[in-house]
Write a protein that binds this ligand. Sequence first.
Ligand code: OFO
Length: 164
Amino acid sequence: MLPKKIEKILNEQIQKEGYSSNLYLAMASWADTEGYAGISQWLFAQAQEELEHMMKFVHFINERGGHAIIPAFEQPPVKFDGIKKLFNQVLEHEQYITSCINDIVALAIKENDFATHNWIQWFVTEQIEEESSVQTIIDKLNLLGDKNLYLFDRDIMSLRGAGK
Ligand code: OFO
């Protein structure tokens, strides 16, 4: 049986993972309209992963005897202020998600919910990988300065999983 406080925090995470998916989808769509086909493809793939994260929470809550609630999602931004700022925004967002995952770990320990504690470890590892792969992209962008985005855009998909 899922403790009520855990059910609540996991439901809140459904909202956050779903918003992450929509945020990256909005970024992907913007990058697409700006002609960055590769960056857009990277972001679309990221949006899909976040959707899968959201689904993991939905299934886990219900499997444990809780009720996963599908919320409304706030509209993400429509425009972004250049590629470098966009990836910094991705990193900041992932750091925020890491702090939310850590809050779930802490609450699971406090509530003696070892099943949730065990299950959430996948996300603990995932967050290390996500932050690291976005940081790799930012490092490459810093090396490039403002030049050569054409080549970066062409090669970004080869960085998927880099830093993992
Ligand atoms: Fe980007 O990570 Fe979900 O959890």
